[in-house]
Design a protein around this ligand. Structure first.
Ligand code: MTE
Ligand code: MO
Length: 469
């Protein structure tokens, strides 16, 4: 629509409340939906897209993608989205000035570096998390990478075997696709913090997402330089990101070599996330996906791979993302005493209803929804729920699960349950725990797993609600 003015995402984002007019973006169009909100069949729900794009929600709520909706939307069009201005260049002195514009449904725990998660109710809406709604955990500014000059270096320590791959070179390898859940080792940290303060971002239960990832198998690349399953001396594979801190040190981490070369390890150098090029926040143009392993090892903006005898010496490998006893704190910690977190333990969360919510009781029942997941490629075999602190337990129905078998079951499980509540109850606390295919389950209380970094925060999820009956 060349007759209409152009608006930047930044301009659009200023129109996120009814007082300032509510604008949304769909594809190349900018729309003023202020007067439409009252007529929206989904009611105020539409406000989660205010000042942002409606597209990710249309993936979740497929009902929108029809001619009638497009016709209505076009009548509300006020302009075009300016392509060139998608990157915010407000302040050149700010290393974060070139970070991408994020969707307004991503609620930041921190802005610079950007860390954000969506609401639990949105998260459990779909088995595949739309890219725009996928949690973001950046330690540094998002690097700007030109895909044409991009190079991935591969070095094998001690031996003169180095290779360099362009993006086109990588795409010539057979393309592999996996569906895998990615979770930050600090997911649900906010609950652990209630026991005693911890160092780290205040994550709710949504520092997790599930996506399909496509790219090159790491083992195929390693084979080219002669590193195979028979490797004896080299024990670790390092990944270095292209994001730099003020001392020009890049984000880096490593994984044990067996995971990298194993036929069933499924480590992928991904160039696609849910069928499109990996978005800037998630590692464009290449990010490592180490399924079943803590988010921290899934290095984004991958610049270099080093096969080594030793673990990565990076801060994030050695002095962070490790678990400790509740007796250890900053003043007495020896980081060398604990292994770095790799496979994550079993976890679950109730996504609906939310803590404090007033829930309508329908014919004596309440409806619940949530997710469960386990690391190391284990499958969720059961989710247990109780409304009376464990006197009676109910089994959730497992609604969405991948068909892959353990130890390659990388994706989460979405569950739901309809539980009876006694008519005299005005309030109830829901507890939830999952069991994985190794019959591992979650610890009951945070008190006993408290650790000063607030990682591996997987005690029973408890949600207290008010009943309307
Ligand atoms: N890779 C680089 N290069 N830089 C980072 O800051 N953060 C890590 C990991 N990979 C990080 C990184 C952490 S701690 C997590 S939890 C995941 O990326 C988050 O991935 P996401 O932002 O795509 O959800
Ligand atoms: Mo993380």
């Amino acid at each position: 629509r060349p007759d209409l003015p152009s608006y930047s995402m930044k301009e659009v984002s200023k129109h996120g409340t009814k007082e300032n007019q509510v604008w949304v973006v769909y594809r190349e169009g900018v729309y003023d939906i202020t007067d439409f909100i009252e007529q929206h069949p989904g009611g105020e729900q539409i406000m989660i897209a205010a000042g942002s794009s409606v597209e990710p929600f249309w993936v979740l709520y497929g009902i929108h993608v029809n001619d009638h909706v497009f016709e209505v939307l076009e009548t509300l069009r006020i302009g075009n989205l300016s392509k060139s201005d998608i990157v915010n260049v407000a302040d050149v002195g700010d290393p974060y000035a070139k970070d991408p514009i994020r969707h307004s449904a991503l609620k930041p725990a921190n802005m610079k570096p950007f860390n954000a998660e969506i609401s639990p109710a949105l998260l459990c809406e779909s088995f595949i998390t739309p890219n725009e709604l996928f949690y973001v955990r950046n330690h540094l500014p998002v690097p700007e990478i030109n895909p044409h000059s991009y190079e991935l270096e591969l070095e094998v320590e001690g031996i003169d075997r180095t290779a360099v791959f362009s993006l086109d070179d990588l795409k010539k390898f057979p393309k592999a696709t996996i569906t895998a859940t990615l979770m930050c080792a600090g997911n649900r940290r906010a609950e652990m913090k209630k026991v005693k303060t911890v160092k780290g971002l205040d994550w709710g239960p949504c520092a997790i997402g599930n996506a399909t990832w496509s790219g090159v198998r790491l083992r195929d690349l390693l084979k080219q330089v002669g590193v195979t399953e028979d490797e004896e001396i080299l024990k670790h594979v390092h990944f270095e990101g292209l994001d730099l801190d003020v001392t020009a040190t890049q984000y880096a981490a490593s994984i044990p070599i067996w995971k990298a070369v194993d036929r069933r390890g499924d480590v992928i150098l991904a160039y696609e996330m849910n069928g499109v090029p990996i978005p800037p926040d998630h590692g464009y143009p290449i990010r490592v996906v180490v399924p079943g392993v803590a988010g921290a090892r899934n290095v984004k903006w991958l610049g270099k791979i080093v096969v080594s005898e030793k673990e990565s010496t990076s801060h994030w490998q050695q002095n962070d993302y490790k678990g400790f006893s509740p007796s250890i704190d900053y003043d007495n910690v020896d980081f060398s005493k604990a292994p770095s977190i790799q496979e994550l333990p079993v976890i679950s969360a109730i996504c609906k209803p939310l803590e404090g919510e007033v829930v309508k009781v329908e014919n004596g029942y309440i409806n619940l929804k949530g997710y469960a997941w386990s690391g190391g490629g284990q499958q969720i075999i059961r989710v247990d729920l109780t409304l009376d602190e464990g006197k009676t337990w109910h089994i959730a129905s497992l609604d969405a699960q991948d068909t892959a078998l353990p130890p390659q079951h990388w994706a989460w499980t979405l569950w739901s349950a309809k539980l009876p509540v006694a008519p005299e109850f005005k309030e109830v606390e829901i507890w939830c725990k999952a069991v994985d295919s190794c019959y591992n389950t979650q610890p009951e209380r945070f008190e006993n797993i408290w650790n000063f970094r607030g990682v591996l925060s997987n005690a029973y999820h408890r949600v207290k609600i008010k009943l309307n009956q």
